[in-house]
Write a protein of this length. Structure first.
Length: 752
């Protein structure tokens, strides 16, 4: 038997089956490296999403909420049995009602073959079901995720999804747990569980064994005794020793960093980031305004891009020289001096390439800053993915299962460990739901057998999809029936006979294609060498027969577009024709790809993104598309001039408008004063402050006074509603809508 290579096996499942995959692995086993390689090589049309903005930026993808247009908050697959009076939630009906998918976004979802979800430990089951619902709805396909394959990447032994107690009161009616694997979408189509096992971060067998026991809920007395050897409550390292403190809360880490920086002699130097285009402040991957002094302890938050491997994500260094536009550091250990260069993080969105119709990344924003941060302390959460030689771990009050594992697994070895607090059994314990799910992991023999069966089924289904002209025929049929206006009132209407002939010719081709589908169904079950050879020859001949016919229909659409361009005010019609032509071109590409994929399968060779590109001669098509975009009598309906202008200029990020109101309120100004200075109405300022009351950052009593607040809270409880109008009607005109919003925020903050 060949050596087991889980990464290779995972790649085969992704490229040659349609099964969902859960790819996991201990910290330091190369999950991120696998993702980078997969995106470079896979022949499937793929997008990457992550649960948070920073996770999405780091994964070179987009957030789940932005791609799928999902509102924040709880999602329920159907109405709850008991309607909660004080909790907001979303359902399939409410989400569909607010979906506003443009043509580009719909095409991305319709063409999508592989959805990659990174940092899946933070993904909630209800959010995954919302993704499933949107894909089924847009793709008009009731299979799991609308027929899209999903790759889940992450380590469930790290940080769990966040769910508030009042949210779980709703979710508990529908879900066994909040973890992604308990989503309804996966119950009939569970993912294949593959674990990367080779650890690249640690080499110490004793330490590796300890970490494995932490992951598997098998912690022993010997493990506890081992950890206690590294306990030193009052440990204060010498500044030259370059320890970093891992703690559980942001405030503690920020305080330690600020205090340590203030203790350094010398003046502060400030380095401001540059932000271009669209880049949300809550997704900034580094400090917007970086404050440094000589002697400051920093760590790198990116790997060395030069290829020289002088530093890596998590490497500690010391600032040794500062000038207005220069930062020089000396690394820990090797004591290598490095003059830093700024790094550019990209904010992307997915779009369709105008010529190839492939899903591609469009950079819509950039964040440019030195890839470092102060590193006397960091939270366990933000340390994920980092590697340290020395760490002081202060997590006696760990509040989530898995935090202790995450913290310890950041270290290369136990030699660099100092524990300043006793570790409780509660913090060590892993979640039982995760432990139960981990039992789904299969052995190599079972996976090898499974991939053989799955790949045979995938190939058969894929061939059927590539030569199935029914969806294309249905689209053209609907297009023909959209010609409904009087010929004298519509420039489009005079082309109706052309469209009817196009449909007639396509329908005749479809009849022959349906006969070939029956042949595929019959021949693909013969999985012998001879049977596959016959299938390949029939597929090759079918491609040679159908594709010239498809290209001929495509050419007729291009010719029609040239005629249409002679008229005025036909932008919408031209867009329709362009969308229709792209579907013909997509059908042509599928047939080309089907034959090539079958050939690669028979020959046992890899089939990659490069191979897909080599199948298509883009030169002629590029000329055709340029010709289409040359619009004599109307605007270029494909242009994105406003977007280009926006991304081209550097903008200084605007402060959050709510934060500005908060700062002025904390400075002692009244709502009326803030409204006057900011040229806003008082109700807007009240809305800003209500946001921070709900977050329990300020008190509603300080704004409304105890008496007024109590009256509003009493009305909410009496009426059992959070709607403004009935509360206002009950209280009377002495209470403004803004004041009632503040009262509602206070009610929510109390968790009522």
């Amino acid at each position: 038997m060949s050596e087991y290579n889980p990464a290779e096996l995972a790649a085969k499942f992704i490229n040659y089956t349609s099964r969902h995959i859960f790819l996991t692995g201990k910290a330091g086993t190369g999950k991120t490296t696998f993702l980078r390689s997969l995106i470079e090589l896979t022949h499937k049309k793929a997008v990457i999403v992550a649960p948070t903005g920073i996770a999405a930026i780091n994964a070179a993808g987009v957030t789940i909420h932005s791609l799928f247009q999902l509102p924040f908050g709880t999602y329920l697959p159907k109405q709850p049995t008991n309607e909660p009076f004080n909790q907001q939630y979303n359902t399939p009906k409410s989400i569909v009602r607010h979906l506003q998918m443009n043509t580009t976004k719909r095409r991305i979802f319709q063409d999508l073959e592989l959805l990659i979800i990174d940092e899946v430990s933070m993904l909630r089951a209800d959010l995954l079901d919302a993704i499933d619902m949107v894909l089924r709805y847009i793709r008009k396909n009731n299979a799991s995720f609308g027929g899209v394959q999903v790759l889940f990447i992450g380590d469930l032994h790290q940080l769990p999804p966040v769910v508030k107690s009042n949210e779980w009161q709703l979710l508990g009616e529908f879900y066994n747990s909040v973890y992604f694997f308990d989503a309804h979408a996966l119950q009939q189509s569970p993912p294949v569980y593959i674990e990367l096992e080779k650890i690249y971060r640690q080499a110490d067998s004793v330490f590796i064994n300890l970490l494995n026991n932490l992951r598997n809920n098998e912690i022993t007395v010997d493990d506890i005794n081992l950890l206690e050897k590294y306990y030193s409550a009052d440990f204060v390292p010498a500044k030259s020793e370059k320890y970093i403190t891992l703690t559980t809360h942001n405030q503690r880490a920020d305080t330690l960093n600020k205090k340590s920086l203030e203790e350094l002699a010398g003046k502060s130097h400030y380095f401001k980031s540059a932000v271009e285009g669209e880049f949300a402040e809550n997704s900034y991957p580094a400090e917007h305004l970086l404050e440094l002094k000589l002697g400051a302890q920093i760590m790198f938050i990116k790997n060395d891009q030069s290829g020289e491997r002088r530093f890596f994500n998590g490497k500690i260094a010391t600032v040794i020289d500062l000038k207005e536009d220069t930062i020089e550091v000396e690394t820990e250990g090797e004591r290598e001096r490095i003059i830093l260069e700024k790094y550019t993080w990209k904010n992307i969105r997915y779009t369709n390439h105008k010529v190839t119709n492939e899903i591609e990344e469009e950079v819509i924003g950039k964040f440019i800053q030195y890839p470092i941060k102060l590193a006397w302390a960091i939270t366990v959460h933000k340390s994920q993915g980092l590697t340290f030689d020395k760490a002081i771990i202060d997590i006696g009050n760990a509040f989530a299962p898995g935090q202790i594992y995450v913290a310890l697994s950041r270290l290369r070895s136990l030699d660099g460990l100092v524990l300043t607090s006793q570790i409780s059994r509660t913090g060590i314990r892993q979640d039982q739901n995760v432990s139960h799910f981990a039992k789904n992991k299969q052995q190599q023999e079972a996976l090898d057998a499974q991939i053989k069966l799955e790949s045979e089924s995938f190939l058969r289904t894929y061939l059927m999809q590539c030569f199935d002209l029914n969806p294309l025929d249905n689209f053209v049929y609907e297009h023909v029936h959209s010609y409904s206006k009087d010929i004298n009132k519509s420039a489009k209407q005079k082309h109706v006979k052309w469209a009817q002939q196009l449909l007639k010719d396509l329908s005749e081709i479809k009849l022959h294609a349906n006969k070939f589908l029956n042949q595929i169904q019959r021949l693909s079950h013969e999985q012998t060498e001879e049977g596959l050879a016959i299938l390949f020859e029939r597929t090759r001949l079918a491609e040679n027969y159908f594709n010239p016919l498809i290209l001929d229909l495509s050419a007729r659409i291009f010719e029609r577009m040239e005629l249409v361009k002679q008229d005025k005010q036909v932008t919408a019609f031209l867009t329709e024709l362009l969308e229709m032509e792209s579907l013909f071109y997509e059908q042509y590409k599928k047939m080309r790809k089907a034959t090539a994929l079958l050939k690669a399968t028979i020959e046992g060779t890899e089939f990659t993104k490069t191979d897909v590109s080599a199948l298509l001669n883009q030169a002629d098509r590029e000329l055709q598309m340029k010709k289409v975009f040359a619009m004599p009598n109307t605007l270029d309906f494909t242009a994105k001039k406003p977007r280009a202008a926006k991304t081209a200029k550097v903008k200084v990020p605007k402060p959050d408008t709510k934060e500005a109101s908060l700062e002025m309120f904390r400075a002692g100004k009244s709502i009326e004063e803030i409204a006057r200075e900011r040229n806003m109405v008082a109700g807007t300022i009240e809305g800003h402050l209500a946001h921070y009351i709900a977050l329990q950052e300020i008190s509603a009593k300080d704004i409304l006074g105890a008496k007024k607040l109590d009256k509003i809270l009493e009305a909410i409880k009496l009426l059992k509603t959070l709607n403004l109008n009935p509360i206002r009607a009950h209280l009377g005109s002495k209470y403004t809508f803004g004041e009632i919003k503040i009262g509602i925020a206070a009610h929510l903050a109390e968790g009522n």
